[in-house]
Design a protein around this ligand. Structure first.
Ligand SMILES: Nc1ncnc2c1ncn2[C@@H]1O[C@H](COP(=O)(O)OP(=O)(O)O)[C@@H](O)[C@H]1O
Ligand SMILES: [Mg+2]
Length: 511
């Protein structure tokens, strides 16, 4: 039916996109005979189960209609019998009922039942059951009718099932056409739904090219936006400007900002825009231009796989490893707070090294949300790294979220303010403030300065790794330096021999 209506609607249009006109052609190939047959055979209201019967339309099969009439007629006969039995038993309180155990039976009150046990009533009523306040009787007549109804119902159902098999056979014979038609309908459904969403939600047609650009203006998260709208709130649209066509101006964005500011939302909306764009949909943005993304990698959320023996942190690392081993300069990577499932310095180190690797080795476009504010310092060392932050303001000691992504780095995480908003007891919030002040005054910043100094070494190790596959460069250099320091002309034969042994020994220790 849906197919027929769709054909009618679409046939009236002159210009259809190729995909749609192909789908339309497929729908037209559906055999009309099958549609007619199903239409005439089946009732308007169909039962859930074929064994309930009642799905064949009245008038489709005369024999079926006769059997149904017999069945329904017998039911009316039962109703008239109840009236007759009431007279016979001299009571108005008699009912003919049915259950699976007794079939059809007569039920009267206990008091009246005593009377029916005696002559002349017991010629008609055969006692079957005594209940707390009722007695049940059967009659020969009821038993006969019961059998008749049952067999008429059985025969009607058998008829219906035979018709069903017949229709099923006809449908099976048209399997290929039906499959093709449902594919065509699915194609139309997807296209029509995406078009509808694009119009209703104000989406835009993305430009996709061969560059490695990623330039989204006024991007939105389709689901969060819709959820906010139902509450009468507006979603704050945000740009995302990574590498542009002219050259790689920015390739990785490190996004810091308070809890609840909208970092995760920002990461996901940009990933979703890629998915939507590359599946052929319009996207929730004001404008969007991107170079084809070969793979989209995401590491978000805290999942574990305890059943398979993987902790939350292990899962996080396995996923991060997959990204670092596979992402290419054409990929888009979103990383949401990696390194949180372990001790702070562990986590910071891993996050740090991951950013470096993405920048130097993978060279992928990446959005990296983090609470490790130390990472923002990397923009001083890594040329294609930019810092983004999500704006908030403070009002009477509480944090107010603006959800606006801007250039820059957050100075702190406002975790305690968010905890307060969430309703942590005042005493806990106060205690946390005190502890934070102590911790911040302490060691946190010191090691980072050192790591900044270490960075050149990091970089050289990485280059060596990239070239040789193994990091044995520095040991070789020391040997070389020692060799250089030896001047054979200035040595006695004995010294020379000792030096040779010493070098040989070092070499053995190293390998
Ligand atoms: N751009 C936005 N406009 C409006 N509300 C937003 C926006 N981004 C996020 N939010 C709201 O803030 C909440 C927290 O966002 P989330 O991305 O989880 O923050 P974060 O990852 O920084 O902790 C979201 O559930 C959403 O309700
Ligand atoms: Mg988040």
């Amino acid at each position: 039916m849906a197919a027929r209506e769709t054909v009618d609607i679409l046939s009236g249009l002159d210009a259809l996109p190729d995909e749609m006109s192909q789908a339309l052609a497929t729908l037209k190939r559906l055999p009309g005979s099958l549609e007619n047959r199903l239409g005439t055979a089946l009732s308007e209201d169909l039962p859930l189960n074929k064994r309930d019967g009642g799905f064949v339309r009245l008038g489709f099969e005369p024999q079926l209609d006769d059997t149904r009439a017999l069945r329904d007629e017998s039911r009316r006969v039962i109703a008239s019998m109840q009236a007759r039995y009431c007279e016979l038993a001299e009571t108005k309180q008699l009912k003919v009922k049915h259950n699976n155990f007794l079939g059809y039976f007569v039920e009267v009150s206990q008091v009246h039942g005593e009377k029916l046990l005696k002559a002349p009533f017991n010629e008609t009523f055969i006692h079957r059951q005594t209940m707390a306040d009722a007695m049940r009787f059967s009659t020969t007549e009821l038993n006969e009718i019961e059998a008749k109804i049952a067999s008429a119902a059985d025969r009607a159902l058998a008829f219906e099932l035979a018709i069903f098999d017949d229709l099923a056979g006809a449908a099976l014979a048209a399997t290929d056409e039906l499959k093709a038609a449902s594919d065509a309908l699915a194609t139309m459904d997807v296209a029509a739904s995406l078009a509808e969403v694009a119009v209703m939600r104000d989406w835009v047609r993305p430009i996709i090219d061969e560059s490695v650009a990623f330039q989204i203006e006024g991007g939105r998260h389709p689901v969060v936006e819709a959820a906010l709208r139902t509450r009468g709130q507006a979603f704050v649209a945000n740009d995302c400007q990574l590498a542009d066509n002219a050259g790689a101006t920015a390739q990785i964005a490190v996004i810091t900002g308070p809890n609840m500011a909208g970092k995760s939302t920002y990461l996901r909306q940009n990933a979703l825009i890629v998915v939507l764009a590359q599946m052929g949909a319009y996207v929730p943005a004001r404008t969007a231009r991107m170079g084809i993304v070969d793979r989209l990698f995401s590491r978000v959320g805290a999942a574990d796989d305890l059943a398979r023996g993987r902790s939350t942190f292990m899962v996080e690392m396995v996923e991060t490893a997959a990204i670092l081993n596979q992402a290419t300069p054409r990929s888009l990577v979103i990383l949401d707070e990696i390194g949180r499932g372990t001790a702070t310095f562990d986590g910071l180190s891993i996050a740090w090294a991951t950013v470096e690797h993405l920048h130097e080795a993978n060279k992928s476009r990446a959005l990296f949300a983090t609470h490790f504010h130390e990472l923002t310092k990397l923009s001083g060392k890594l040329a294609r790294l930019i810092n983004l932050t999500v704006r908030v303001t403070e009002w009477n000691g509480d944090v107010v979220f603006l959800h606006e992504v801007v250039q820059g780095a957050a100075d702190r995480s406002y975790g305690i303010q968010v905890a307060k908003l969430a309703g942590l007891p005042a005493a806990v919030v106060e205690r946390a403030r005190t502890l934070l002040a102590e911790l911040e005054a302490g060691e946190r910043s010191a090691p980072v300065e050192k790591m900044m100094d270490d960075l050149p070494l990091f970089a050289s190790v990485m280059q060596a790794t990239a070239k040789a596959g193994h990091g044995a460069g520095s040991a070789k250099d020391e040997l070389r330096a020692e060799l250089d320091a030896i001047d054979p002309d200035d040595m006695s034969p004995r010294d020379a021999l000792e030096a040779l042994y010493a070098l040989k020994k070092r070499r053995t220790l190293e390998t």
